[in-house]
Design a binder for this molecule. Sequence first.
Ligand code: FES
Ligand code: MG
Length: 579
Amino acid sequence: MARDGGITPDQLRSARWFAPDDLRSFGHRSRMMQLGYSEEEFLGKPIIGIMNTWSELNSCHGHFPERVKDVKRGVLQAGGFPVEMPTLSVDESFTKPTSMLYRNMLAMETEEMIRSHPLDGVVLMGGCDKTTPGLVMGAITAGVPAIFLPAGPMLRGHYAGKILGSGSDAWKYWDERRAGNITDEEWLGVQGGIARSVGTCMTMGTASTMTSITEALGLSLPGASSIPAADAGHQRLGSDCGRRIVEMVWEDLTPDRIVTDAAVRNAVIVAMATGCSTNAVVHLIAMARRAGVDLTLDDLDALSRETPMICNVRPSGKDYLMEDFFYAGGLRALMTQLSEKLDGSALTVTGRSLAEGFAGAEVYNDDVIRPLSNPVYHQGSLAVLRGNLCPDGAVIKPAACDPRFYVHEGPALVFDSYPEMKKAVDDEDLEITPDHVMVLRNAGPQGGPGFPEWGMLPIPKALIKQGHRDMLRISDARMSGTSYGACVLHVAPESFIGGPLALLQTGDIVRLDVPNRRLDMLVDDAELERRRSAWQAPQPRFDRGYGWMFSQHVSQADKGCDFDYLQRDFGKSAGEPDI
Ligand code: FES
Ligand code: MG
C-alpha cells in the first residue's frame, strides 16, 4: 500500500525483475520458485537484502547468524521479503596486513551487490571497525533505502577482580610483561578475560566510534549503537530494523535524504564528544564524500575545538567501558547533553528527526556521561596538525596522551620499516631518552601497505625499564581506536610517495605544538631541498591483483582513502542495470 509521498508496489525496484510478463521475468520468478517460494511470498513486496559481514573468523560478529533470524522476523512481520546477502567479512583481529586494505573492497562489494540484485532496501549488519564505513559508503552510493544494524559492543572484560578494556589493557599488560612485572599465569588470565562475549571492542575504539557516528548520521535506530551484543535488547533491535526497513522502502527514504551537511556535522560533533578513535577522521571524510558532503580536516578540527569531550569511556576517558555507557543512558543520553550544538531537525531512518529520537533520554550516571560543564577534556578528542612535516595534515588525540607532550621538542629517531623499528625497541641497550621522538615511515595507505595500525609505536624496552610509559611518536600509519599515548598519525602526504616525512633524518629536531596545531622539523628549506632531490621512490608494494589496484587508486589520509574512481564526482553513475 502506497503511503503519502511514497511508492506503490508497481514502483518497487524489484518489480523490474519480477513484474513484467516477459521471458526474463518468467526466468526470475521461476528461479524464486526453485528456491522454494511461491509468488504470494515475494511478488509486490519489498525485497530486503540483509548485508551480513559474518565469517567464522570474525570474532566480533559471532552472533550474526542468530541475529539474521531476528531481522528476517521483523521484515516478514512488516510484509517484506528478506534475503540474506553474505558480504566480505573484514575483521580487525585476523585480516592482514590490515583490514583497512579491504574497507574499499567491502564498499565496492556492497554497492555492486545491491545494484545488481532485485533489492528494494537493505539492512547493513556490521560493527567490527572497517565494516561500518565500508557498508555505509557502498549503501550511500547504491542509493536504496538502508538501515545500519550495529553488532553492539561486547561485555566488559574481566580477570581476577579487575575490569579489562579491549585493546587498551592488552597494550598496558604487555608493557608490564615486558617490564617483567606480571607472571605467565596472569598473562594467560588476561588473554581469556579480555574478550569474553560476542560483540565489538568495548572501549570507545574504532568500532563504537563508527557505530556511534552512524547513529548520529541518522542511519541507525535511536540508541542502537550502545546496546551490548549479548543483551536481549540487541535481538529486539534486529527485528526492529527488519520492520523499519520495509516501511522505509514504501516511504522511499533513501540515504541521500539522510546524509546531508547537517547530519555530517552532527556526526562530527558526536564523535568529538565521545572521545572518538582517530580512525573516525578517515572514515567520516570518506562516508561524507560519498554523499556529496565535502568534509575537510579543517572542518573536523574546528568542530573539535568547540565540542567538549563528555564521554568518560576509555581510552580517551579514564574509567568506563561501553557497557557502563549503555547503563548510563547510551548515545541518546549523550546527545541530550549536546542538544544545543546539534541540528536536531536532521532526518533519520525513523522518518523523524534526530531530536525526536533522543527526546526523553536521561543520563543515569553523570560521571560516565558528563554535563558540558564538567567535561573529561575541554575540547573534542582530536586535533589536526599542519607544518613542514605534514603539509596535508596529521592527527593527534590530545585527550589520550600525557599533557607534557602537548608542546615538545626532541631529536628524531627514524625507522624506515616496522621490522627495523621492532628490533630497536626490543634492544635493551638502545640509546634513547624520554625526550626522543620515535618516527616510523612507509606505513601509510600505499607504504604500509594499506594504512596499518602501527602508529602506537611500542615504547622501547630501555625506557620501559626506567618506568616511562609515554613518549612522542610520529608516523604516517593509523593506530587502533583502543590505543593511547602521544602519537601523531596519518601524516600526509605519506613518506612512501615522497611526503616530507621521507626527508626527516635521525637527529633532526622535531617540534610539536598542539595548542597551535603545528608539527615541524627544524631543518632549513635549502637542506630539505637538497634531501628532496636525492630522495628515491621505494619499489611498489604490489605488482598485481587487488593490492596493485589499491595502490593505483587509493587517496591520501586527508581525503579519506577512498578510491578515486569510487568517489561521487569521478563520473556518471552506471544507473540501474539492464534486465
Ligand atoms: Fe572487532 Fe575490535 S576487533 S571491533
Ligand atoms: Mg580497532
